[in-house]
Design a protein around this ligand. Structure first.
Ligand SMILES: [Fe+2]
Ligand SMILES: [Fe+2]
Length: 257
């Protein structure tokens, strides 16, 4: 039953992505000495996912008042990660959005973007908190870690006029979510049972996030976006399959230097 459920979640992910995670990355990521880097970068990715979704709402869908409420929601997390304020326990902050968001009237898909992204932010912040708990349980201190090349490599190709910029960013979001999902599933058998189970538990929400991003991109574009999806699919697969000396959650095929 579980295998069936996993396969049905992973089938569209594998159809969307142009390749699978290289064995060299899995071998490197599975080394016990690399667990701190992997977990800390994973925590950073979860926060980054929440920040990106929030940026989309603030930039495209709401007025300043609602934007300020969004920023206040994220503040304790950002304070901890960037300014080391607080103790890393976020259990009290989960539904921390202080007011109902009012969408701008001139953006036809504002309500849909808000609904999907607010749910996504809640889930990503919950994932972030879960990874922080793993760090704590395993005695790994959170420390600053530079971002890998992956997201930057995708964003460099985002067009700079609207609505193309928004459509491209949503397609990139879909690829990042889909790759996370593929990687959680690929990595799970290499981890101890507790971490492996955690990665499998993340699959369901990440699989839906990929679909949410993609369907928003299609609706907002109002035209066929398959050429653009193909473009980012090729780019993304190249970042995953090409040599990369720096291990991160979304890094390329690991090579020793
Ligand atoms: Fe997540
Ligand atoms: Fe996600």
């Amino acid at each position: 039953m579980l295998i069936y459920m996993l396969n049905s979640l992973l089938e569209p992910i594998h159809a969307f992505l142009h390749n699978t995670t290289p064995q060299a990355w899995l071998d490197e990521a599975a080394k016990p000495q690399n667990l701190p880097v992997l977990l800390i970068d994973h925590a950073n990715c979860e926060l980054k996912a929440a920040q990106t979704a929030m940026w989309l709402i603030r930039t495209y869908a709401v007025e300043k008042d609602s934007g300020d409420a969004l920023l206040a929601w994220l503040k304790p997390y950002e304070d901890y990660v960037y300014r080391r304020i607080g103790n890393g326990d976020f259990s009290g902050y989960q539904s921390g959005l202080s007011k109902k968001l009012i969408s701008k009237t001139d953006f036809a898909f504002g309500d849909e973007l808000i609904d999907k992204m607010v749910l996504l932010i809640k889930e990503e912040l919950h994932h972030f908190q879960q990874v922080m708990e793993f760090l704590d349980q395993r005695g790994i201190a959170y420390e600053n870690l530079s971002a890998g090349r992956y997201a930057k490599g995708l964003m460099q190709q985002v067009r700079n006029h609207e609505p193309a910029r928004l459509v491209d960013k949503l397609i990139c979001g879909a690829y990042i979510e889909a790759r996370s999902c593929e990687r959680f599933a690929a990595l799970a058998p290499y981890m101890d049972k507790e971490l492996g189970d955690f990665y499998v538990s993340l699959l369901r929400s990440e699989a839906r996030h990929f679909q949410d991003y993609l369907s928003l991109a299609e609706k907002i574009a109002g035209e066929d976006i398959s050429a653009r999806v193909q473009h980012f699919g090729t780019l993304e697969a190249g970042l995953i399959s090409s040599p990369d000396a720096e291990l991160r959650f979304h890094s390329g095929s690991f090579v020793e230097q």
